[in-house]
Design a protein around this ligand. Structure first.
Ligand SMILES: [Zn+2]
Length: 238
């Protein structure tokens, strides 16, 4: 009985270590996953803004060409002004120049608007470029760092699992099933000390007869309150 309890305690220790390692592994990979997401997000935004910027530049160049043409047309009209003598034709030409001027002004305003709109986009692109470069460097370093640590953790977990399964095979099947059920339902504590007549898992006072039997290692008992498997540790004589 005493040995069976000893095996259960060792099993519990191994299971707790395995739990801890699993959590550690998750924490290690989580950091890298986050960096990976940030890097991808920056790359996507850069792509979107770059496409937007390319479109805007094409539109701006078209606008500049239109404006230059408009200005050329005005110069042309002014040259024709000096050649025309007919009053009616002169008036028509003056009107044409006015209309063209208004059109040029509208295009100028539009051009300025586009240039203003491009400014924050260009700034954001520069900022994103720096962010991306930085997070790529960080990601590469983190990946390199965790590759080793994750592999180490996995390897030690593999070994521990083999050890655990060997040990588990030595424990009575019913008791083991009971242990595993309680371990998963009671926060990783299935085997606990009975001390001073009290279950150390839930702090409940145990019926004296049960406590007595536990002390004598006569039978494996579970706490009537929390169902944890109880064991007794005789005081170490010094
Ligand atoms: Zn209890």
């Amino acid at each position: 009985m005493r040995e069976e309890i000893g095996r259960l305690i060792s099993l519990q220790n191994l299971d707790r270590e395995l739990h801890e390692s699993t959590a550690k592994l998750a924490a290690v990979t989580q950091g890298v996953d986050k960096l990976r997401e940030e890097t991808a997000a920056a790359a996507i935004e850069i792509e979107r803004l770059t496409a937007e910027q390319t479109q805007a530049e094409l539109a701006r160049r078209q606008l500049e060409r239109d404006l230059a043409e408009g200005e050329a047309r005005i110069r042309n009209s002014r040259m024709r002004q000096s050649l025309i003598r007919n009053e009616k034709e002169l008036q028509a030409l003056a009107h044409e120049i006015e209309t063209q001027k208004e059109s040029n002004q509208r295009q100028e305003a539009e051009l300025l608007q586009q240039m203003e709109a491009a400014e924050p986009r260009i700034a954001r692109l520069r900022e994103l470029g720096e962010t991306l470069e930085k997070s790529r460097t960080e990601l590469a370093a983190a990946e390199k760092e965790i590759a080793g640590r994750a592999e180490e953790l996995k390897e030690s977990m593999r070994k521990r699992r083999v050890e655990r399964d060997l040990l588990a095979a030595q424990i009575d099947g019913t008791l083991r099933a009971r242990y595993e059920m309680i371990f998963s339902r009671r926060g990783g504590l299935a085997v606990t000390l009975a001390r001073g007549g009290t279950c150390q898992g839930c702090r409940m006072r145990l019926p004296p007869q049960i406590y007595n039997e536990i002390q004598k290692f006569q039978q494996i008992h579970a706490c009537p309150n929390c169902q944890r498997i109880l064991y007794f540790e005789p005081a170490v004589e010094t």
